[in-house]
Design a binder for this molecule. Structure first.
Ligand code: SF4
Length: 412
């Protein structure tokens, strides 16, 4: 039962040292798996494992103890490529195509994020941010394209291309090497300039997801997000003008959020017209400032056990059903608008009418009815809240300070 050894944090170097130590390849001795019963005593094994930094192990009394600190890998270019040779790529491809109609693979170009959003859990990297060079990333893309011909890439970074000029250099290399693969990535709104938007398009970015979170500046400031509502609108406009689709991550229920803030978020979605949305309720993840500040309200509730995607774990302004109805309303409004956009195109060019447009007409009618019903339900549920709204959390950083990434040279 349980684990004998846990690799904590970045695992690449630690895991190799651990395996070498266990197998004896490191010269530190070895006698099989850490948990196996062998002639070697527990004390010997613990002694050897203690010399490997970056582990949690059991000491001689069975208590969990941490070995030395494993330094963060500073040179991300030194890491080897993902071991796709260990994956049955043809099977992976056929499952992707059957489910989604295309085949997508993953690439990672950075690790960590130096910003301060107080609900965002960053247990491994903290405030660190390391990036591979555009040259190495494009090498990998060229190799993936030649070897597996994926239809799409998900660039699975917290923030793609944060370093000034990185995205522009990346785009130039993608073009000169013929390495383009349509991709999606995550950006902050304050990153998007005209030059970044055009470079993303040139590199064949299909969709840029933005952590918009809220259309209320008051709530963004309380989250220590460090972005402004007008930046979200500008980023969306620039990306759309460049021909890049935009996804918004939205979050409701942050402490202190009231109906007015929610209406601002709904208005932002209507005005900016993103091409996709992801909606969640604020979630106190252990290790975050947000968690510490609402911990007392969690009571017996435990993360992942007593929660689901739309469960507000702490004392929120409205009853839980309010947030479920809100989630449904945002999606219904979004779908009604998307279907109406598709219909507007066919009205302008009637000879392009297909069954897809007939379905869109049904969707518009259905979602408009839904929107009207959900708005009424939302108003009724908002009225059910008896207690005074909880006070908002006072941010530790000013909005200006939250907009400045942590200076990497200040980190040990
Ligand atoms: S920008 Fe904020 S939400 Fe995004 S990864 Fe960084 S700290 Fe987390």
């Amino acid at each position: 039962r349980g684990a004998d050894v846990v690799v904590a944090g970045e695992g690449e170097v630690t895991l190799v040292e651990l395996l070498d130590t266990m197998s004896g390849a490191s010269g530190r001795g070895g006698s099989g798996g850490a948990g196996r019963s062998t002639a070697e005593g527990t004390g010997d094994r613990t002694g050897r494992l203690k010399s490997v930094a970056g582990l949690w192990i059991r000491d001689d009394d069975g208590r969990a103890v941490r070995t030395g600190t494993r330094p963060i890998i500073g040179d991300a270019d030194a890491l080897p490529l993902a071991a796709w040779d260990l994956v049955d790529v043809e099977r992976y491809r056929s499952i992707w195509r059957a489910r989604h109609g295309y085949f997508s693979m993953n690439v990672v170009t950075t690790r960590g994020c130096p910003y301060h959003c107080n609900w965002c859990a960053k247990p491994i990297y903290g405030q660190r941010y390391t990036a591979r060079s555009p040259e190495k990333v494009v090498d990998e893309m060229a190799w993936l394209k030649a070897t597996y011909q994926p239809d799409h890439l998900w660039i699975a970074d917290d923030i793609f291309g944060l370093k000034p000029g990185w995205i522009e250099r990346f785009a130039a290399l993608v073009q000169s090497r013929g390495a383009a693969i349509p991709f999606k990535c995550l950006l902050r709104a304050d990153q998007v300039t005209d030059s970044v938007a055009r470079a993303l398009r040139a590199a064949e970015c299909r969709t840029a997801w933005i952590g918009a979170e809220s259309g209320s500046q008051r709530i963004l400031d309380a989250m220590e997000k460090g972005t402004r509502v007008d930046q979200i609108a500008t980023a969306t406009r620039l990306l759309h003008e460049a021909g890049v689709e935009v996804g918004f991550f939205l979050q409701f229920g942050y402490p202190g959020e009231i109906r007015e803030d929610i209406d601002r978020t709904l208005a932002m979605v209507r005005t900016c017209a993103p091409d996709d949305i992801g909606v969640s309720v604020s979630y106190p993840l252990p290790g975050t400032t947000f968690y510490q500040r609402v911990q007392a309200q969690l009571g017996q509730k435990r993360n992942w056990v007593d929660s689901n995607d739309l469960e507000v774990m702490y004392h929120a302004t409205y009853v839980p059903d309010f947030y479920r109805a809100l989630h449904a309303l945002v999606h219904s409004e979004f779908r009604a608008r998307r279907a109406a956009d598709a219909l507007a195109q066919v009205v302008a060019r009637p000879w392009t009418f297909t069954r897809r447009h007939a379905r869109a007409a049904v969707h518009v009618a259905y979602h408009r009815v839904q929107v009207s019903l959900l708005r009424r339900r939302l108003s009724r549920l908002a009225g059910l809240t008896a207690a005074a709204p909880p006070t908002g959390l006072i941010p530790l950083l000013t909005p200006d300070a939250a907009a400045v990434p942590t200076d990497q040279s200040s980190l040990k």
